[in-house]
Design a protein around this ligand. Structure first.
Ligand SMILES: [Zn+2]
Ligand SMILES: [Zn+2]
Length: 309
């Protein structure tokens, strides 16, 4: 916790309900070079507002969940400016120093308060898990989960992983190393901003080429056979039967560098293949391979044969 110099020694008031409050005093321990809240009620000091509230709650001094930023006030009057009103204004970087080391609780609280990035990313939700914290990024329209950041605490250090459509993003794509390290408010902001702005590959749409999915089914396979005489797949069908049905290349890069595209270079190559298959279907030149590869077609053939018996 960092205290603005002009607020040091000042009382703050935590209101668990509108008619009750607990007094705390913002202090600075020069020896430990640490700021804290001194809690008058139980004569203890806490490193964060959040810990203060948890401390009071654990002593059964109040019940229920409270958000520290909207229930802690600078005067003993719950209609006075709350801590949140200070944080949301331009001077909040002074209060939450950008170099401040972040804990899972800090990230959780800031996401909950939606102040981490000035309220810009309201669609991000946070959930605590055992030993960690997950941030979920949903697709703008609809509720499908697109991206996830998983933070894991190792003492005061944080390690993290980024998932794109349930696929772990390699560290080389990320703004700082994923391994455990000291992470500041600035780091966390940069990371969230970065993940938020990542463009995702949705694969090669089958719109207009639906006949390809009928003949080829859920996978596109190579012409050549592998050592066990199989045609290895190079693309798989996703969202079958849905408006966003698409083939995804096995080497899909999941993220797209170009801002105005939603398909990666590898998935983009599938279009040519699909168009070739489409043309072959139109001209009736179905190769032997297609018959090998297409379960749908095989099933149809078997059904036809059964009928003729
Ligand atoms: Zn792709
Ligand atoms: Zn074959």
């Amino acid at each position: 916790m960092h205290i603005r110099p002009d607020l040091k020694g000042k009382s703050v008031y935590f209101f668990p309900t509108l008619d009750r409050y607990f007094e705390g005093i913002l202090m600075f321990d020069a020896k430990e070079k640490k700021a804290y809240v001194y809690s008058v009620k139980n004569d203890r000091k806490y490193e964060t507002f959040f810990k203060w509230m948890i401390g009071l709650k654990n002593q059964k001094l109040f019940k229920g969940k409270k958000s520290s930023l909207t229930t802690i006030f600078l005067e003993s009057n719950p209609t006075s400016p709350s801590i949140a009103s200070i944080l949301r204004e331009s001077d909040y970087p002074l209060y939450w120093k950008s170099s401040m080391l972040m804990s899972l609780e800090d990230i959780f609280m800031l996401i909950q308060e939606n102040i981490l990035l000035g309220g810009k990313f309201a669609e991000i939700t946070a959930q605590k898990i055992n030993g960690g914290l997950e941030l979920y990024f949903f697709k703008k329209e609809g509720k499908s989960l697109e991206k996830k950041i998983l933070f894991i605490a190792k003492g005061i250090l944080l390690e993290y992983e980024v998932y794109i459509l349930n696929h772990v993003l390699q560290g080389t794509h990320l703004p700082f190393p994923v391994k455990a390290g000291k992470r500041t408010l600035n780091d966390i902001k940069d990371l969230i901003q970065y993940v938020f702005s990542l463009n995702i590959c949705y694969g090669q749409s089958t719109t207009g080429l639906e006949d390809v999915t009928y003949v080829r089914g859920t996978q596109l396979v190579n012409n050549a056979q592998n050592s066990s005489k199989e045609h290895t797949p190079f693309a798989f069908l996703e969202k079958q039967g849905q408006p966003d049905e698409a083939y995804r290349h096995v080497d899909c890069m999941f993220i797209v560098k170009s801002k105005n595209k939603n398909i990666c270079e590898n998935c983009e190559k599938l279009k040519k293949t699909m168009q070739q298959i489409h043309r072959r279907i139109l001209t009736g030149k179905n190769s032997i391979k297609v018959i090998h590869a297409s379960k749908n077609l095989l099933i149809e053939k078997v059904k036809e044969q059964r009928k003729s018996y």
